[in-house]
Design a protein around this ligand. Structure first.
Ligand SMILES: [Zn+2]
Length: 359
C-alpha cells in the first residue's frame, strides 16, 4: 500500500522508528508527526502534555460522536545517570530494555552536538570468577564515547537522552527489525487509517492521538490526559502484540503476517471487539483473538477509565522481540490494521453507542 503522501508503510516505518523520543522527551518526533499527520488530517494540534492530535471531521450531523485512536509515540531508551572518571557514561533506562541484549550496541547520546557511543563491558578475560554466569545487568554496562571526561561532562550532562543507533534491518519476507517498532508501528497504522478515512468519511469525528509517556510506568500519562480532554464515545488503542518466536509458550504470541491481534479481556468492551471482528470478516482479513486476562498494558487501560468510562478495544500488531533493538514487524500487518480501523470506523452509525448496545 502506497500512501497519498508518497511513502509505503515500510518507508514510513523506517522513517518514524528512526526519530528519537524517550518518555518525557518526545519533542522531535512530535514535530515530525505534526507534519506527517498534517498532510492527511483536517486539523492537527498538540496538547499541553505534548501529545499530537490529528482530526478527521465526520460527515454526520453535529453534534457528532467522537472516536479516539491512540498509539504511543514515546519509545524506550536511556538517560545519562553519571559521568565517571575517564569520561565513561552510566545510564538509567526509561521504559525497560532487556539488558542482556545491550553489550556491543551502538547508541546516540543526544548531546549538543550528538555523540556516538558504544555499550561496553569488561571482556571475559578481565571478569571476576563466576561473573559470566549471571545475566548481565544495566549496572554492568557503561557507554564509551571515546572522548575525554571534561568534554563528555560539558556536552552530555546528567539527564541527557540516549537511544539505540541502529538503522532498520530488512529481513526476508519484507519484514523489518528496528528499535522503536513499539509503538511507532502503531503510529503508522493511525497515519494510514487517517488517509483512508479522509477519502471515505465516517459519520463520526475521529481523533488520532500520538500519545506521550506510555512507557513511563504504571499510568499511560498521554492517553489519560487526551481521553479526559476529548471525552470520546469510543477509544481504540493500537499497540504491538508479542509475535511468534522460538521458546515462547503457545498461546502467548501471535504469528507475524497473521493480521491484527484483537485483545479480549476486562480492558476490552465486548461490543467493540465484536464490531472489529465483523469488519475483519467483511474485509476477508485474517485476525487473531488475543486473551488479556489482566490489563492490556496499553493506552487502552487509561482511556477506558477516563471520566465516567469509555468503551475501548486494542488492535495489536504482531511484533517479535519487544523491548530489544530488533523489534520485528511485517508491514503487511500494519496495512491490515489500518484497513480494519478505517472500515470499522466508517461503518459506525451516528446513533451507535456501545454501552447502549449492551443493554
Ligand atoms: Zn507499546
Amino acid at each position: 500500500m502506497v500512501s497519498n503522501v508518497g511513502r509505503t508503510s515500510a518507508e514510513w516505518l523506517r522513517y518514524i522508528t528512526s526519530l528519537p523520543g524517550v518518555p518525557g522527551q518526545e519533542e522531535a518526533v512530535a514535530r515530525e508527526l505534526l507534519k506527517a499527520f498534517g498532510s492527511v488530517a483536517d486539523r492537527v494540534e498538540q496538547d499541553r502534555m505534548g501529545s499530537v492530535y490529528a482530526w478527521i471531521q465526520g460527515d454526520g450531523k453535529p453534534p457528532r460522536p467522537r472516536a479516539l485512536l491512540a498509539a504511543h509515540m514515546d519509545k524506550i531508551g536511556f538517560l545519562v545517570r553519571a559521568v565517571e572518571p575517564g569520561g565513561y557514561l552510566r545510564v538509567t533506562e526509561v521504559g525497560g530494555f532487556d539488558s542482556r541484549t545491550l553489550p556491543g550496541k551502538e547508541v546516540l547520546v543526544h548531546s549538543s552536538p550528538p555523540m556516538v557511543a558504544v555499550f561496553a563491558t569488561r571482556p571475559p578475560h578481565l571478569q571476576k570468577k563466576g561473573e559470566a554466569d549471571r545475566p548481565i545487568q544495566l549496572e554492568d554496562l557503561y557507554l564509551d564515547t571515546g572522548r575525554p571526561e571534561r568534554e563528555v561532562k560539558r556536552k552530555a550532562p546528567v539527564g541527557t537522552m540516549v537511544t539505540l543507533r541502529q538503522s532498520p534491518i530488512e529481513l526476508l519476507g519484507d519484514r523489518l527489525a528496528a528499535p522503536g517498532m513499539d509503538d511507532r508501528a502503531g503510529v503508522v497504522v493511525m497515519l494510514r487509517a487517517l488517509e483512508l478515512l479522509a477519502s471515505k468519511r465516517p459519520s463520526w469525528d475521529v481523533v488520532a492521538v500520538a500519545t506521550v509517556e506510555e512507557e513511563f510506568g504504571a499510568v499511560c500519562l498521554g492517553a489519560r490526559t487526551a481521553a479526559e480532554n476529548l471525552s470520546p464515545d469510543l477509544g481504540i488503542a493500537i499497540d504491538v502484540s508479542h509475535g511468534d518466536m522460538p521458546g515462547a509458550r503457545e498461546g502467548d504470541t501471535v504469528p507475524l503476517g497473521s493480521g491484527p491481534a484483537l485483545s479480549i479481556g476486562g480492558n476490552i468492551h465486548p461490543v467493540v471487539l465484536e464490531g472489529l471482528k465483523r469488519s475483519a470478516k467483511a474485509l476477508s482479513m485474517p485476525y487473531r483473538v488475543e486473551p488479556c486476562p489482566t490489563g492490556s498494558g496499553t493506552d487502552a487501560m487509561d482511556i477506558q477509565i477516563s471520566s465516567s468510562g469509555v468503551p475501548t478495544a486494542v488492535i495489536g500488531i504482531p511484533c517479535r522481540y519487544m523491548h530489544t533493538g530488533v523489534e520485528t514487524v511485517e508491514p503487511r500487518d500494519v496495512d491490515r490494521c489500518a484497513h480494519l480501523l478505517a472500515h470499522y470506523l466508517s461503518e459506525l452509525s451516528p446513533e451507535w453507542r456501545a454501552v447502549e448496545v449492551l443493554k
